[in-house]
Design a protein around this ligand. Structure first.
Ligand code: PGA
Length: 351
């Protein structure tokens, strides 16, 4: 009968092996967790813990006559091996599954609030953030002039900062413009591009937006690219083609790597600031269409791209819209100007 000394390496090797197993476990876990719902994550943890108890129980007689330090190391090794085994099994099961999409609620403040008011609003959002599931990512996009103040107010929270626009050029003699590098330097992680108000009032075309996208990515910003049809286009039944073209002309020019860092916002122009909202069914129908258009170019990565709905989204209708399969959150205008309403929209995620 071999003794424990015969079958186990010395303490140094055991420690090293335990560390390697721990690192491998962590690596496997990081690959699989983003693909799992919270419920499935809990199940995985349950299997891991249940195995711990079982393995500890089994290993009790095996190492009973060992010095306690050695016993501890040996058990640690077995526990890490078990955890790694579970993580590997889950990795195999989830191999071809896309990552869970982010749930995002982004506030587009437009040309509203003065800097001090903006700071108050941001503080209100920070103060109430804990009342909403941490699974929801909040973003606030104040006017350029408030970015610093709002960045300060958001410090220490997980609420991200975004800008509402950036220049198409890198730098130079472009009076009145604000570059992507400038907003990134102020702490922005996101930038809204192609909002219908910019397309309509400031003549932004796909050509301009391609340049803005390039600037955004060059400065590490994640674009929230807006698409959407106007009322005439909707009534003429052209909405599918309109958003398809808006995507093909801009998003199709991105690399696969850039596409991973893109958020799309579908905003029917007829629903923006009008109080009219697309029905949840209308939103789902076009979001699914957008995802199909994205998949035609980017394949399975389209499953991981967050597509937000925007247009008179408020606490009373958010839950119904967000419950739809292809709606991953909202780009909120008017209702983002009250911290309570903005947060209440985040509570609309029931899925
Ligand atoms: P709204 O604006 O919520 O006020 O309709 C949305 C937007 O334009 O982003």
């Amino acid at each position: 009968m071999p003794t424990i000394d015969d079958i186990t390496p010395g303490p140094v090797w055991t420690t090293l092996a335990a560390l390697v197993l721990l690192a491998a476990w962590w690596h496997s876990l990081r690959r699989v967790l983003p693909k799992m719902t919270p419920k499935r994550r809990n199940w995985m943890m349950c299997w891991t813990y249940a195995g711990f108890l079982f393995v500890l129980e089994l290993s009790r007689p095996l190492a009973a006559d060992e010095p306690s330090g050695r016993r501890f190391l040996l058990k640690l090794l077995i526990l890490f091996a078990w955890a790694l085994l579970i993580a590997i099994v889950y990795n195999i099961i989830y191999k071809n599954k896309p990552k869970m999409r982010k749930k995002i609620v982004a506030g587009n403040w437009k040309m509203n609030t003065l800097p001090a008011e903006g700071a108050e609003l941001a503080k209100g959002v920070v103060a109430g953030r804990g009342t909403v599931c941490s699974c929801v990512d909040f973003i606030v996009c104040p006017p350029f002039t408030h970015l610093s103040t709002v960045a300060e107010a958001l410090k220490g929270s997980d609420i991200a900062l975004g800008a509402q626009n950036c220049a198409a050029e890198e730098k130079g003699a472009y009076t009145g413009e604000v570059s992507a590098a400038m907003i990134a330097a102020l702490g922005c992680k996101y930038v809204i591009l192609g909002h219908s108000e910019r397309r309509q009032y400031y003549g932004e075309t796909s050509a301009t937006l391609n340049k803005k996208m390039t600037q955004a990515y060059a400065n590490g910003l994640m674009p929230i690219y807006c698409v959407g049809e106007n009322l005439d286009e909707r009534e003429a039944g052209k909405h599918f083609d309109v958003v398809k073209a808006q995507i093909e002309e801009v998003v199709y020019n991105l690399t696969a790597e850039q596409f991973k860092n893109l958020v799309i916002a579908y905003e029917p122009v007829w629903a923006i600031g009008t109080g009219k909202t697309a029905t949840a069914e209308q939103a789902q129908e076009i979001h699914a269409h957008i995802r199909k258009v994205l998949a035609a170019k980017f394949g399975v990565a389209a499953e991981e791209c967050a597509i937000l709905y925007g247009g008179s989204c408020k606490p009373s209708n958010a839950a119904e819209i967000f419950a739809k399969e292809d709606v991953d959150g909202g780009l909120i205008g008017g209702a983002a100007l009250k911290a309570d309403d903005f947060l209440a929209i985040g509570k609309g995620f029931g899925k």
